[in-house]
Structures are given as C-alpha cells and as structure tokens.
Design a protein around this ligand. Structure first.
Ligand code: PEP
Length: 253
C-alpha cells in the first residue's frame, strides 16, 4: 500500500510560542516516533512568518513543511506577496493553491491558480491544489462541471504524480462539522481521478479529502481506497488531535 499523506493547514492561527510548544506536545503524543519515510508524508502548512523558525524543528523530526499560498509571479513589485522561490528557500517543499477561503474572500480564479501552480512547479514545490463545490452548486447538480472546470482551467501540462496532489474539499464541509457520506467521498474521488487523467494524459492524480476531518472520522475516511490522504484544518491545531489522526493513518493502524 502506498503511504497516505496528511496535510495540516493551520490557516491564520498561532503564535511563535504556539509553534514551538505544538511540536513538543506532538512529539510526546506520537509514540513511538515515526520513521523518517513515514513522517515525511505529514506536512505542516504554517503561516508565512513562522516557516523559517519551524524549519529546523520539523525537518529534524522528519516532517515536511508547507506554505499556504504562493504568488502567481516570479518576483517584482507585488507588495505583500511571497514567491514560490522564497518558500523553497525557507525549507518548504509543499504549497497549497486554490483553497476555497482564498477563492471566496480574495476572488482567486482558476486562471490565477494556474499561474501559481506553474510557479510552484518551476521552483520544485509539490502543489496541493484544492477543489470542491459550494452547497448551492451541489444542490443544482453542478458538482461534475465545477470540478471539471477547476481541473481543466488550472492544471498546467507540467503536472505529474509527484509534483501535484489534488485536495477535494467540499466548501460546505469546511469547518462545519459536516462531511459527505463515505460513498460520496469515494465516488467523487473516482470522478476527480478520471477528470484529471483525461485532462492530462499520464497524470495519475493522488486525491486527498478535506473538510471537517477529525480524530473521530479519520479512520473510516482514510481507509477508503480512493482517498490518498487528508487535508486537516481545525483539528490540526490541537497536537493531541493531530497525533490521533496520525495514528489512524492506515499504515499506522
Ligand atoms: C481546510 O480548510 O482545508 C479544512 C479542511 O478545514 P477543516 O478541517 O477545519 O474543515
């Protein structure tokens, strides 16, 4: 069985003290310590200002570091933006692109996501590209079309198994405590894999599930055969919950 991947998205939460104490607590909770080849598939997407401070601590434990976004451009007069090259310099190996919060609050389009994905690929980062439907799109029966557009309009031809993960995050499931049924998740992941494969020939996409995944539902969601891992928001802010989710990854059960 290929190893599943767990991404923690801290969003705009935490302090420097939180960052340091988090990994001390996590270290005590995750027992026995993970082998480096397993730990490497657990990625912490921390706020930009803390990435550099976290680099040593995370890498020493074998975990990977991720950014929550990157700029759509190489360098230049883009005040406040952080480039893919800067992330890479900071020890980051993964980056989230197209999170629904950025799409809805900042108007991030599929076209902008495409530029960001290209930047990340050019700088050697692995992209976690987030896609998913709103509740009204789901009710209108537009799920397949929404996913198709998000894939077709944003995934460049440089996409490969190694450099791009897809995260299926139904917008209505993020931070709400609601999740699709297990059958729905499995079916939608199958659909996403098919859409991605027909858009980019030879792209065998790994698809992560995100949206209210926690220590109570992680076991059954992560056990699904079409689920290649998970993106965890709220629950990842508590080291004891994150440790439980790690212990429920199929290879650790
Ligand atoms: C997310 O925002 O990517 C997410 C999965 O959040 P939560 O786990 O809190 O629903």
């Amino acid at each position: 069985m290929s190893s599943k991947i767990l991404i923690a998205n801290w969003k705009m939460n935490g302090t420097l003290d939180f960052c340091f104490s988090y990994f001390e607590s996590l270290g005590k909770e995750v027992a026995p310590p993970m082998l480096p080849e397993r730990a490497r598939n657990i990625v912490f997407c921390a706020p930009f200002p803390y990435l550099f401070a976290l680099q040593g601590r995370l890498l020493e434990k074998g975990y990977s570091l991720g950014g929550q976004d990157c700029a759509a451009y190489d360098a230049g007069a883009y005040t406040g933006e952080v480039s893919a090259a800067m992330l890479s310099d900071t020890g980051v190996s993964y980056v989230l692109v197209g999170h629904s919060e950025r799409r809805s609050y900042l108007g991030e389009s599929n076209e902008i996501c495409r530029l960001k994905i290209q930047q990340a690929h050019d700088k050697g980062l692995t992209v976690i590209y987030c896609i998913g439907e709103t509740l009204s799109q789901r009710k209108e029966g537009a799920l397949e079309n929404v996913l198709k557009e998000q894939i077709q309009d944003a995934l460049p031809k440089s996409v490969t198994y190694e450099n791009t993960l897809l995260a299926y995050e139904p917008v209505w499931a993020i931070g709400t405590g609601q999740t699709p049924t297990l059958e729905d998740i499995e079916e939608t992941h199958m659909l996403i894999k098919a859409l991605a494969g027909s858009h980019c020939k030879n792209y065998s996409a790994r698809v992560l599930y995100g949206g209210s995944l926690n220590e109570k539902n992680a076991r059954e969601i992560l056990a699904l055969s079409k689920v290649d891992g998970a993106l965890v928001g709220g629950a990842s802010l508590k080291p004891e919950k994150m440790a439980q989710i790690i212990s429920l990854m199929p290879e650790n059960v």
